[in-house]
Every structure is written in structure tokens, then in C-alpha cells.
Write a protein that binds this ligand. Sequence first.
Ligand code: KET
Length: 461
Amino acid sequence: MGHGVESFGDNSVAASRRLSTLARHLEASSMAESENVGLRRSLTSGFDGDSVFAHVVKAPEDPILGVTIAYNKDPSPVKLNLGVGAYRTEEGKPLVLNVVRRAEQLLINDRQAKLSVLVSRVKEYLPIVGLAEFNKLSAKLMFGEDSPAIRKNRVTTVQCLSGTGSLRVGGEFLARHYHQKTIYIPQPTWGNHPKVFTLAGLSVKTYRYYDPATRGLNFKGLLEDLDSAPSGAIVLLHACAHNPTGVDPTPEQWEKIRQLMRSRKLMPFFDSAYQGFASGSLDVDAQAVRMFVADGGECLVAQSYAKNMGLYGERVGALSIVCNAADVASRVESQLKLVIRPMYSNPPIHGASIVATILRDKNMFNEWTVELKAMADRIITMRQKLFDALRARGTPGDWSHIIKQIGMFTFTGLNKEQVAFMTKEYHIYMTSDGRISMAGLSSKTVPHLADAIHAAVTRLS
Ligand code: KET
């Protein structure tokens, strides 16, 4: 005990000695510093005066992803995030599919790691175009098992950074190698489309798509606008489950769109971010794309596995360019590599390995379709519940569009002020255009949302 105290005393003396030495040293060096401070600052210091970035203004948050940021800051226990299109369970939790967990387990356990096939255990670079088997299987998923275009090697598929990255690579390829630099996007559309394509080097115009009066497709306006687009113009089409409106053309309308586009030589660029989420069937949701491929013409398709496999943060997707001949497709692929290499060099390996593991195995594929259908069905149930809840409250207006619209979102028709009111008074977060992600809703939260909509509509009409 005595020894401890003594040694504490020793240490304390030593410590104060060290402190005063340090203080003297600092004093001396700061005097030396002050003598030639002007000279040294201007020559070597990075801290003289204003930042060279001082003029940079604070950018607004992203209109969709910024909703989550605002939601995270809200301490309310009843808060509800219906902004971003991300699936939640009945308990309001993010979902990792069982089949994905199983695939990851297999990848970890795969001791013989068939190197050429699935390589998540190996962390080497993938080729510029990504995992070959992933690309082959993604094309089949999109165009069909027995697609003649695939059989004739008319399709080139490259792994990209989810849907967004696929759109960007496709856009940059078109800006470099396609004679028409104008892309027509639907009005309205996913908010990132105009930015992605403008930065890719294309000029963006819109075509009429949605009629707020009928809350349905403005089919006449769409046909008129595409008919008057310059020959060869690129047209962005949502393959299914149009975001944000939830309004898709019928198969008959798709056929008319196809005929018009082919006769006007317009180039289809499909954005397929929700395959399986619209109808619950992967094949049904690929019908529009397959219709355009079956006529032998050319098109582009951006595929995302964010929603349908729940691989949001893995950033896994694919760009396919369907050409009219195999030799063209192979040259196109060589140029895609020149787009990708200086952009991000090559894509990440893990997500693509998960997808390939699931798509190549019949049992796992079937397990995936069951889980996918369950997600789609839960969303449809939420549509019915919200519709019933508004009816039960006698909320003014026709809310049948809630059950008619397709996919992850309901385009409610609520205006900016009503949305702001719902956020302020009810802690419900959604994009300011009145889009709500039905996938973020559960049986427990439907009444709260219905109360909020009812109040917003009756007080701020
Ligand atoms: N296209 C559409 C139509 C789309 O809605 C999204 C994502 C994407 C592409 C891109 O998804 P990716 O994660 O890059 O594969 N939409 C949701 C998320 C987001 O805005 O990033 C959304 O609209 O909420």
C-alpha cells in the first residue's frame, strides 16, 4: 500500500516535470515560429486565409434519398418513412431474402471455389464487363430462357452498378456512338433520370405520360409526342411498374407504342428496376421488353436487382444492348469496356456472385420467385387496406387509383402543401410529389396514414 502511494508520488513528480518541459518547449518553438511566420505560412502552410472552396454553396438534399435523412432526424415514435422505394416487412424492418442468405452461406463455404464460375470467396478483380455467368443469366431472366436474340449472340450484357449505373453506362455509350443525342423521358419519371442522362452527354426532353385528371395513362399524348420526336431519338421506357405513377400501358397499348416507335425508328431504352414487383411474375413483368426484342429490332435494357432481390446496397445490375447482328454486338461490347474502364474500372464481385448463385440453381431460383411473390402480394394487400381505411373514414375523393396502380408506389395526388402538413403533423415522410412507397407500409401503420391523408385532404383541399 505504502509502496503504491510512494510510487504514485514519484510518478506525479515525474509527470509534472515532463509537463513543464513540454510547456517550455512549446513556448520556445512558438517564439521561433512567430519570427518567420509570414514567410512560412505563405510558402508551406495550407491554412492562410479563406478556403479555395469558400464559394461552394450548400446543395439541397436529393428529393428521394433526402427524405430518409429528414426521417432519421425525427425523434417521434410514430414516424413513418414512405419515401424511398425500399421493401419493409409487416414489422417495418428491412428484409434480406432467405434465398440470399443461403446463397451467401454457399459462397462462404465453397471450398473448391470453381474459379471460373462463382468467385465471391476470391477477391480478385472481375473483368471490366463483370462476372460472365451473371451476365448470361441476367440476359436470360430479362429476355427469356429461349430468346432467339440471345441464341444468335445478338445481345451483349455487362454487369454494372445496379440500375443507376446501367443507365449511366448505356447513356454514355449512346452519347459516344449513336447518331441521335436526344432522349425522351416520360413526364413524370424517376427524379434521377434527367440528371443521369444529362451527365452522360445526352439532351433530355419529355413525352406526355400521366394524366392527373384520370390518374391514368395519357395514351393519346404519349403517342402524339413520340410521333413528333425526331427520327432516331432515344425513348426511355419503364419496363413495368412505372415510377412514380404506378401506371403501366396495357399489352395492347405497348403493342401500339412498339409499332409507332419502330416505324419512327425511335431507339427504346428500357429501365427495368421492378421486374417481378408489378405482377409478382418475372416473366409477365418482362413482357413489354420481350415484345420489342421479338421484332428483331435493337434496344437497350438497364436491369436492377436492388428491389426484386433486395440487394439495394450491393449495387448489382446489368446493361444489355440488343443488336441486330452478332458481330455488331461484339463490337458494341468492346466499346462498352472503354466507357466502363475509366469510370469505375470493373464492378464489385459479391452481389453478382449472389445473383448468379440463385439464378443458376433451379431450387434456389424457385425459392426466390416465392419470396418475390410474397413481397409483391404484401404490397397489394397494403393497397387494399389503405383504400378500405380511407373509405371507412369517408375521405373526400375517389381513391380507387390506390388499388389500380402497380408496383411499389402509389401516386396519391396529394399536393406539396398536403405532404408538408402530413410530415409536420403526423411525422409521415414521403416525396413532395405525393408518391408513397407502399412497401414501407404495414397493417399497423395503415390507420395512421389514413388519418393523416384524411386530415390533409379535408383541411387543405
Ligand atoms: N430506375 C427506377 C425507375 C428507379 O425507381 C430506381 C430506384 C432506379 C432505376 C435505380 O435503382 P438502383 O438502386 O440504382 O438499382 N428508385 C428508388 C431508389 C432511388 O431513388 O435511388 C426510388 O425511387 O425510391
